[in-house]
Design a protein around this ligand. Sequence first.
Ligand SMILES: [Cu+2]
Length: 281
Amino acid sequence: MQKKSGEAGSTAVACILALFLTVLTAVTVYLFVSTASWNPGFPPAITAFGALIDAQYQRTLLITGIVFVLAQLGLAWAVWRFRDQGQKVSYFEGHTGMEMVWTLATLVMFVGLGIYGERAWAEARFDAAPAGALQVEVTGMQFAWNFRYAGVDGQWGRIVPERISASTGNPLGVDPADPNGRDDIQVSGEMYVPVNRDVEVLIRSQDVTHNFYVRELRLKQDAVPGLIVHLHFNATVPGTYELACAELCGLGHQRMRAFFHVVPQEEYDRWMQEQVALLQP
Ligand SMILES: [Cu+2]
């Protein structure tokens, strides 16, 4: 229906919409600031770079929060400011200056956050593990985690896929002909590492893509068939943590979990001796 010129639209509609946007923004900000959303219930980090990850998370939340508030309040203002007052409608098509400003602002924000977070990411993934780090091979398979330690000689036994046989006690397929493999320690479901010690994990998968995820380490890494992915960390707080598979890997995915134990060096040595003793024929 055509409107007579000079007739104003409903102020109430613009008013209600602007008010609704403002209240919605205020409630959202209140929920984030007042509740656990700001610290969203993560268990405390047990690595130094975990603290960097948490700082990055909060920084991202703060910046995107500010952008959210400005955008919503700007929208409310525009709804109110340009409400139908019977004025002549003006219309323009695009504005190169504005386009450049918000494209550049978005670019600077995302690239800036990326550069800020680079160190936390690189520390566990790109930098080589410190010399003398304890190596643990972590293998995901439907639906279990297997851990292998190189044993007394510090050498891994060769893996031959044809030898994979869980029913005969060789789920990883360590070559029985390789003397390096005879003292390899294999455990399923329980991973032990000493506290305050550099640990390098070599993540593998035997079948589909799994994901090595320990919240307290702030590490989450896909286990990809055909790849050995290196990560390293230094856990500083003893305890038992959950190692979950964080990649939907099949029907038994939800039971693919293990326990990650960070223990004092003496306890680790004791545990290792027990495992060595189990190997003796
Ligand atoms: Cu899995």
